[in-house]
Each structure stands twice: as structure tokens, then as C-alpha cells.
Design a protein around this ligand. Structure first.
Ligand SMILES: *Cc1c(COP(=O)(O)O)cnc(C)c1O
Length: 497
């Protein structure tokens, strides 16, 4: 079967192949690409249980990227999930206390975005060849920390691409800043912005839509693209680790083929948990997807009331990658809740844009039973890190702790005793200050590598190479710019004048 893609906001007259959708990212009407028809999977989990991560990923990706040849997909997968991961299982599943932990932080930037951003550049360059695009692809990204670094790690030295990342000078952690300025790769460019993340993000969006700039780029055989989490080249590779987890639990003898399990997912942009929803649609025996939020609990309210309302205070938390008030991938779920109705979807998204809120119909709400939602306070988050460390000698990061704690809320509220898998999205060494404070019970004054060393003494878990390599890595990026000079900075990098 050939899987084609359509917009969530337009009647399905325009369709695209997977490779075209990967290149384009967003649909021309501002909607998101979804498969015209969901692929048929017929997974044999007993067989998947004998497979490696790479083999399972192939079984999943071939359903979505049907205009890629088997050889092309294998090449993308091998390039993405290799020795840059410090665990040959890529996504190991472990058990601590009553819950399982799916560790998605063994990649080069020790956070789960590697699972998507290690493969996206390869899906993109294959797509460019397939569609006779000769231009060099220029990725623009604004980052509050994790995404920009993971994108650079993915695109570094990938042929026919360049990447330019802007980060707020005083808006990222010490470790994140060090990761950013030491990034290797002749095609990577990093610029510190005298402004906050929102300003940088707004400017990047503006530049990506600037027609004059596009024309200038085209004259030099260059084309902008984005590594945004709405790209199907990021979304669908994430389905693989849900399928892999189920197969691994069979292999470990924890479940029998056919048993249903739950996942608890620390959620920001709704990309990770949406991949779980697709895994369920493809036949993975998942009972509930628990949507876990921090104090920015706009999704908790949405699932519990049917109203999405971003008009609220924004909180900075110790799980910064989830400090989000507009979860862009939620539009895809909305589309399915409407029964794949692009007009209804477009209307709700219009409400979001004009009023900052929308309410779904009671009929749509009845289709939400695949999900359960909850949130945690900062205090509960710290407590959960402390509890797991002291009781089970397992240390989790503040994002994972959100999901771990909400999973317990779910169990207490529902008495559901199915196996619960907490999706672990970052290494504790990525947020050492918050983790140290939680474990010791007193706010840590150490940050950066000093905090890493202190944490290492306490938990005795090997420090990942991604962190140790920072000690000697030379600073390669020193540029900074004002927000209104971002366009000039890009032109300079690209030699456009
Ligand atoms: C991005 C991120 C999340 C949120 O994932 P979404 O797909 O945006 O919901 C959670 N934890 C960490 C560590 C992240 O980097």
C-alpha cells in the first residue's frame, strides 16, 4: 500500500508522497500532514520480540515512508541508530519499583529528541534526491535548549545541508550552552541572541516565510527548511520505540503477547505521545496513554474539560522542555477526533489563533478515551526524583519525573494494574542542578560540570560521553546578534549579498 499525505485543514484533494511531505514540513494552508489512510500493520509481536531496534524501526517506517526504497530506509536507519548511542539497545526498557522506564536518552545529546533528529536529516536528503531537488537545504531553528542541539547533532556534516541555530543568550542551562558552543560539523552555525526564546522563535518563523529571502536563496541554489517537531520525518520514527517496548516486554517475559499495557509520557508539543497514539492505531496493545504535564497544564485541562485555553500564566519549571502553552502536534489528534473533518479542524484552529482557546464537541470528547491526563507541581516533581533515588536507587531527570508521578496518580485514581511504562526523555546528567537539589533535599548552588561531578559521586551512574566530552571540547561558536540582525547574520553565513 502507498501511504500518501494530506492536510488536516483542507479537503483531501491535494496529496503528497511521504518524501514530499518531509521536504515541505508544514502544509501550504498552515495545517499538518496526516496519512490519507492509516497504514495496515499486522505486527507479529512474537517475531518483533526477536528483532533489534533497527529492525523494528524498519518494520514501522516502511508503513509510513512508502516512496522510499527498502535500501534507502535501511541506510537512513543505520546512519541514525548506530554507535552514536551509548547503549546497543538504543531504547532500553528497565523496571524500577512498580513501573517500567523506557530510556530514550542514550543518544548524542542525552535527550529523547535524538531518536527523531538523528534520522530526520537522512530522510530529508534522500527526499531531496528523490524529488530532483538540487538546492542545498538550510535548516533554521530557534531553540530553548534541547531541540537546537539535537538538530545540530543530527545534521552535522550531512551532505547538502547547513544548519543555523539561534539560542537566547541567558535562556539556556550551563550544560546546554556548553553543548551548543562546542558543536562540531563544518555545516553547523550557532548564534547567541540578545533576547528571549519567543523573540528568536517568532523571528525564525518570519524568516522561514519571507518570500524575498526565499528568492535570494533560490538564486544561490539554497532552500530553507525546518526541523520542527511537526515534520512527519520526526513524528513517525518515534512510533518505533512504542512498538519496540511492547516487543521487549514480551522478550523479557514481563507480559504475554496480547496483554495490554499503558504508557505515561512527559508532554510538551504533543509529538511523543501522539506517536504512541499512532502505535496504538497500528495495533500495538496499548490501553491508556497518560498525558503528563508540569504546571503548564493546558493539556490536562483540555483532556479533563474539552476546552483548550492558552490564556493563562506561563510558568518556568525545572522541566523546561515541557514549558509550552501551544502544543502544535495536538492538531493531528483534533483532526482524528472530528472524524477526519478538515473544516471542523480548521475552525477550531482558527478559534485558537483568534481567541487563544477552543472547545471540542461532546461527541469529540467521547473519542478521548485512549488518554488520561494529569499534572504535577514542582514540589511533587522533586519528591518523585527523591523517592526513586532513595527507594529504588534509580535516578531520573525532572521531565521523566513528571511522567513517573502522573503515572502513580493514574494508578491511584483508576486502580488499573496493567504494566505501566514511563517514557524517560532525558538523562539526569542533562539537568544536574535540579536533580542534585531533589536528591539532597537542599537547593544546589552548583551548576554545569561541577554539578555533574557532584551528582556522579552521589549516584555512581557513569557520566555519558556526551557530557564528559564537553570538558575538553573547544569552543567553536562565539557569534551573537540582536534579534533584528538575525536576517543579516544568516545572509553572512550563506554568503548572500
Ligand atoms: C521535547 C521534550 C519533551 C516533550 O516532548 P513533546 O514531543 O514535545 O511532547 C519532554 N522531555 C524532554 C526532555 C524533551 O526534550
Amino acid at each position: 500500500m502507498n501511504t500518501l499525505y494530506r492536510s488536516t485543514r483542507e479537503t483531501a484533494s491535494h496529496t503528497m508522497t511521504a518524501s514530499q511531505a518531509v521536504l515541505q514540513g508544514l502544509t501550504p494552508d498552515g495545517g499538518l500532514f496526516v496519512p490519507v489512510e492509516l497504514p495496515q500493520a499486522n505486527f507479529d509481536f512474537d517475531q518483533l520480540a526477536t528483532m533489534s531496534y533497527q529492525e523494528v524501526a524498519y518494520e514501522v517506517l516502511k508503513l509510513f515512508f512508502t516512496d522510499y526504497t527498502p535500501a534507502e530506509l535501511h541506510a537512513c536507519i543505520d546512519a541514525a541508530y548506530g554507535s552514536q548511542f551509548d547503549d546497543p539497545q538504543i531504547a532500553p526498557v528497565t523496571k524500577h519499583g512498580q513501573q517500567y522506564y523506557l530510556e530514550l536518552f542514550h543518544g548524542p545529546t542525552i535527550a529523547f529528541k535524538d531518536l527523531a533528529l538523528q534520522i530526520l536529516p537522512h530522510l530529508m536528503t534522500v527526499a531531496a534526491k528523490k524529488n530532483q531537488l538540487d538546492a542545498e537545504i538550510v535548516i533554521l531553528a530557534a531553540t530553548s535548549g534541547d531541540t537546537g542541539k539535537a538538530a545540530m547533532a543530527g545534521f552535522a556534516d550531512v551532505d547538502q545541508t547547513k544548519i543555523v541555530v539561534f539560542y537566547p543568550k541567558d535562556g539556556v542551562s550551563a550544560i546546554q550552552k556548553q553543548q551548543m558552543v562546542t558543536q562540531t560539523g563544518a555545516n553547523t552555525h550557532v548564534i547567541a541572541i540578545n533576547g528571549n526564546f519567543d523573540e528568536a522563535q517568532t523571528k525564525v518563523k518570519e524568516l522561514l516565510n519571507d518570500q524575498q529571502l526565499h528568492t535570494e536563496l533560490a538564486a544561490h541554489q539554497l532552500q530553507f527548511s525546518s526541523a520542527n517537531s511537526i515534520n512527519i520525518g520526526r513524528l513517525f520514527p518515534q512510533v518505533a520505540y512504542y512498538v519496540y517496548t511492547y516487543a521487549q516486554l514480551i522478550k523479557q517475559g514481563q507480559i504475554k503477547n496480547g496483554d495490554t499495557i499503558n504508557f505515561s509520557v512527559p508532554t510538551g508539543n504533543f509529538g511523543d505521545i501522539l506517536a504512541g497514539y499512532y502505535a496504538k492505531q497500528l495495533g500495538t496493545p496499548i490501553h491508556k496513554l497518560v498525558c503528563a504535564s508540569n504546571r503548564n497544564n493546558v493539556l490536562t485541562d483540555f483532556f479533563n474539560t474539552g476546552t483548550y485555553d492558552k490564556n493563562r500564566d506561563f510558568h518556568l519549571t525545572s522541566s523546561p522542555s515541557m514549558d509550552i502553552l501551544v502544543s502544535s502536534n495536538l492538531e493531528r489528534l483534533i483532526f482524528y477526533l472530528t472524524g477526519s473533518d478538515p473544516v471542523a479542524t480548521a475552525n477550531l484552529m482558527h478559534d485558537l489563533q483568534t481567541k487563544g482557546s477552543y472547545t471540542i464537541s461532546s461527541e469529540m470528547r467521547t473519542n478521548l478515551q485512549d488518554f488520561w491526563a494529569g499534572f504535577v507541581t514542582e514540589h511533587q516533581d522533586q519528591d518523585e526524583i527523591h523517592h526513586l533515588n532513595h527507594t529504588h536507587h534509580y535516578t531520573i531527570d525532572p521531565h521523566t519525573a513528571v511522567a513517573s508521578e502522573v503515572a502513580k496518580q493514574y494508578r491511584a485514581a483508576t486502580k488499573d494494574t496493567r504494566p505501566m511504562v514511563v517514557v524517560s526523555t532525558a538523562s539526569p546528567y542533562k539537568f544536574p542542578q535540579a536533580v542534585l537539589s531533589a536528591i539532597t533535599g537542599t537547593p544546589s548552588t552548583l551548576d554545569g560540570l561541577a554539578a555533574v561531578d557532584q551528582l556522579h559521586e552521589l549516584i555512581n551512574v557513569p557520566i555519558p560521553a556526551a557530557v564528559t566530552s564537553l570538558r575538553e571540547a573547544p569552543v567553536r561558536h562565539r557569534d551573537s546578534a540582536e534579534v533584528d540582525q538575525m536576517a543579516t547574520a544568516i545572509k553572512k553565513i550563506l554568503n548572500l549579498n
